[in-house]
Structures are given as C-alpha cells and as structure tokens.
Ligand binder design. Sequence first.
Ligand SMILES: Cc1cc2nc3c(=O)[nH]c(=O)nc-3n(C[C@H](O)[C@H](O)[C@H](O)COP(=O)(O)O)c2cc1C
Ligand SMILES: [Fe+2]
Ligand SMILES: [Fe+2]
Length: 391
Amino acid sequence: MAILEVTSDVYSVGSQDWNRTLFDAFIGLPKGTSYNAHLIRGSEKTALLNAIDPDKEEELITHLIRLKVSHIDYIVALHTEQDHSGAIPMLLELFPSAVVVCTESGMDLLGRHLGVDPQRCKVISDNETLSLGNKTLQFMITPWVHWPDSMLAYCPEDKILFSCDLFGSHYATSDLFVTDFAEEKVLAKRYFAEIMMPFRSSIVEYLKRLEALEIDIIAPSHGPCVKPASFILDLYRVWTSDETENLVVIPYVSMHGSVKRMVHHLSDVLVEQGVAVQLFDLTTADTGDIAASLVDARTLILGVPTMLFGPHPLAASVAFVANMVRPKTKYLGIIGSYGWGGRTVEVLLELTAMMQAERLEPVYIQGAPDGETYDALDALAQVIIEKHHEN
Ligand SMILES: Cc1cc2nc3c(=O)[nH]c(=O)nc-3n(C[C@H](O)[C@H](O)[C@H](O)COP(=O)(O)O)c2cc1C
Ligand SMILES: [Fe+2]
Ligand SMILES: [Fe+2]
C-alpha cells in the first residue's frame, strides 16, 4: 500500500491484506483486512506504533526505507498478538537502539510469543506520557481489548487515538479514512461481535475514561481511520450497553425438515406480531453474520435436531460460539426434534452455561411437528412477545 499521512508527520505505514479470507483460523473475512502501523516523526524522537503481521513485514520495512527512516527510538507495542507485533523481532534487528514500549503483561507475552528480550523493553504505566518533542504519546492501559496486555495511545497535539484492536474493522481499503459509513458500521459491528463483545463490561469503563479526551481521529490497527471519532464511539456505546432490540435470532439445522417446519412456524407467528426475526440455516450461514446479529438480539432460539444422542454438530458449534462471545441476549430457547432419544437439550444447556440469558421452556418433540407442536410454538411465541414488551 501507499504511505499515507494521517496528520502532519504521522504516517500510515502498514499493509492492506486484500486476499485474506480467514482470521484466527476461524473468522471469515468477506473483504480482507489490514494491519495498520503508524510512524510518528516527532521533533526529537521517532516512534513506530505497532508492527504488523510477519507475513507482511517486508511491506512495513519498504515503507520505512521509502520514508528514509534511519533511526527509531520507540517501537510501541499496544498489543502482543502477532498481527500487530509479529514484525518486532525483525525491527529490533534493523534498529539496534530501538526500545519496545509496552505494558508489564505485554513484556511477558512479547517474550513468550516472539522471543523479545525484556532488556529491550520499557514498561509503561497507566496515564504515563512519552515525549517525542513536539508530539506526545499518552498511554491508557486497557486489558482485554484484545488480550490482557492491551493499551491505547493518545496524541494530544494531533487529537488521535491509536486504539489497536479496539474500534477496528476487518476490511482492506485504499481509503485512509472511512468514506462509506454504512459499510463501516456493518463491518465494525461484525468485528465487534467476534473480538470485542466478550469484553463488553471492560469496554464500558474505557469509553467513560475516553470521554475526558478530545479525540478527532481514531486510528485502529485494522480497517480505516475513523473521523469523526464520535461515529465509532457512539456505536460502541450502543453495542456495549444493556439495550437490546425487538429481535429474535434463530440459527437452525434440519436434516429431514421437521426442525425447519418448527422454525418457520415460530418465525411467522413472531413476525406477524411485530417481532423482527433473523433466520440462519447453519448449513450455509456465516458464523460472523450470526455473531453480528447477536450484538442487538433480545432473544436467541436454537433450532436443533438430535444426532447420535446429542445436538447436531453444526448447532452445537453455534451454541458454543454464542457462549464464547457472550452477547447481551436476554432470553434463550431451544426448539427441535428427535427420533427416539438423547441428551440434546441438556447438552445445549451445558454448552451455553456462561450465557446470562433467561432460559425459556424448550419445545423439543419426537418426530414431525403436529398440531400440539404448533400450539406449543404459539405459546412460546407469546412468551417471547410478552418478555420483549417488558424490555
Ligand atoms: C445421522 C442421524 C443420527 C440421528 N441420531 C439420533 C439420535 O441419536 N437420537 C434421536 O433421538 N434421533 C436421532 N436421529 C433422528 C433425528 O433426530 C430425527 O429424525 C429428527 O426428527 C430430525 O429432525 P429434522 O427433520 O429437522 O432433521 C438421527 C438422525 C440422523 C440422520
Ligand atoms: Fe488481537
Ligand atoms: Fe488484531
């Protein structure tokens, strides 16, 4: 990618990964991603904020060469994960006097994951500042966005917040700043769902602390810079709040059509009574889309047939993921069908044990749905509608 200037003497020197389709060997990337790094040339010191994925380190080095960077004072490692710090070992070889600025936990993790010598690290504490001459970096230690080592850096002179994984979005673009805010909202939400949602309560506190800062630009390490910063800050306020929407998300799988008929019946009743529904057929659905839908959903209903005495594996997988990303979903239900017996409902309840949601009475039937099943689904729909009205 080209080298672009965010503000005067602050350069974007990272890499756009247009072709990557999977992150963490798990998350689909419909539009690739980027690994952003920023070079700040202060009047006295030069700092590189974040390195990038080791697969792309040549691009970072090329950018530094083109900018005629012969000396780096500080390599600021806001987060140890390899997509942001993987190129640090190479940079430490190229710039022998560079010091890695990190948190205490970051120093430990940089040593364990990347073999960075603690002697080359400077541990930063919360609120500490680092002067680069005419520009300053002010640090805020923010564990769990994304690992326990994470911190943010704020440059008061330029009013930029370098947020690393926080406020990011996975997409490659030639735009330095967000131009399509509708697209940003969709992709940042999907990213939030998978990466940040489990740490919602910590983020609420960080958002409060950030209110004290005057922020014009948020420069995350994935996706374009966000200006005005309030665009993404406001979205995060909504996503991390306890507010949910009048929405029922129903991921389901059906081998012979029984569960599918149950799901469609429930969905129709809900929709006819003014509840929004999102259905996901798990044989084709994308996990990222399901996770994104859970950011706002008030209710999650799993539609699951029994396979070999337990839940169908596609449904077990979604239950596991929902449990892992810990959405603010308030109600959780299970509907489905079995042939002769098994532990499907119990297993699903075990798989979702960490979810705070209130459990609704399951509608779990033998064989194909009949009149009684549809009555039970109508009753479930009424319970959902009443519960939604309470919120
Ligand atoms: C591969 C396979 C394994 C199954 N294993 C079980 C089982 O262990 N226990 C059970 O009660 N039913 C089992 N069944 C039956 C289904 O749970 C039952 O047919 C159910 O109604 C399927 O719902 P569907 O039509 O939505 O796929 C199995 C079916 C298949 C195809
Ligand atoms: Fe990360
Ligand atoms: Fe990352």
